[in-house]
Design a protein around this ligand. Structure first.
Ligand SMILES: Nc1ncnc2c1ncn2[C@@H]1O[C@H](COP(=O)(O)OP(=O)(O)OP(=O)(O)O)[C@@H](O)[C@H]1O
Ligand SMILES: [Mg+2]
Length: 233
């Protein structure tokens, strides 16, 4: 028997109504991602990459087809169930980091863990958050607020926050979009390392073909249609 997919999106359509007119954003998108598999999605601006990620995160609903993540059909879930699903199943890394400015690196990561695992003690949360930050090389920056961190360091906090509760799926929307190429490559290396160590599947959106080529598989979104792109190894 083949192992259940962590992402199983079938014939997904996504359409919005703008000023009374239908606007098709995704058409018949199929994407299956195996546990611990790393896939990259590239494609022009406006082609629908972020929209697909929003559907996988259960932040928007498909207008056709089905989206299942970790064996659960997101279409049939209530808002509460979706919120719980996101806490336990997903880590999300954003282009613009989205750290809380008033909290230290340790507390930014600790807060995410506390939400995912409310039964942990404060001591356990601090210990695990510190370990997550150490795993991205930030053991000396625990007490820094985001404004006192470089862009690459902020994104490494973002990565620690997304992975601290050990979710089976990491979604990253241009996580290197605000970083120079060298720093971006370091962040993506860390993300892939973490994913391999924790058996986390990754869906990475990127504009950088060199980063995409390091994924197990590469897909291209063009005008709302997703196709797999063969990768030369
Ligand atoms: N809430 C919305 N209302 C209207 N149009 C939307 C909405 N969300 C997305 N769109 C449209 O859907 C299309 C796809 O947008 P999306 O953000 O998914 O593109 P993208 O591939 O992530 O682009 P980029 O590389 O610039 O981030 C765009 O044409 C966008 O204008
Ligand atoms: Mg986008």
């Amino acid at each position: 028997m083949t192992q259940a997919a962590i992402v199983d999106a079938r014939d997904v359509d996504y359409a919005l109504e703008i000023a009374g007119r239908p606007l098709t954003i995704l058409r018949k998108v199929n994407l299956r991602v195996a546990p611990a598999e790393v896939v990259a999605i590239v494609g022009p601006s406006g082609s629908g990459k972020t929209s697909l990620l929003m559907l996988l995160a259960g932040l928007e609903k498909a207008t056709g087809g089905t989206v299942a993540v970790n064996g659960r059909d997101l279409g049939g879930m209530s808002e509460d169930e979706l919120a719980r699903f996101r806490r336990h199943t997903l880590g999300i890394v954003f282009q613009s980091f989205h750290l809380i400015p008033s909290l230290t690196a340790l507390d930014n990561v600790g807060m995410a863990l506390e939400i995912a695992e409310p039964n942990l003690s404060m001591a356990q949360i601090r210990e695990k958050a510190a370990a997550a930050l150490a795993s991205v090389g930030l053991e000396k920056r625990l007490d820094h607020r985001p404004s006192a961190l470089s862009g690459g360091e902020q994104q490494r906090v973002g990565l620690a926050r997304a992975s601290v509760a050990n979710p089976p799926l990491l979604l990253a929307d241009e996580p290197t979009g605000n970083l120079d190429q060298k720093t971006g490559a370091i962040v993506v290396d860390l993300m892939f390392d973490l994913a391999r160590r924790n058996n986390t599947a990754v869906v990475l959106i990127t504009h950088d073909p060199a980063l995409a080529a390091r994924a197990d598989r590469v897909f291209t979104m063009t005008n709302g249609e997703l196709t797999e792109t063969p990768v030369a190894r």
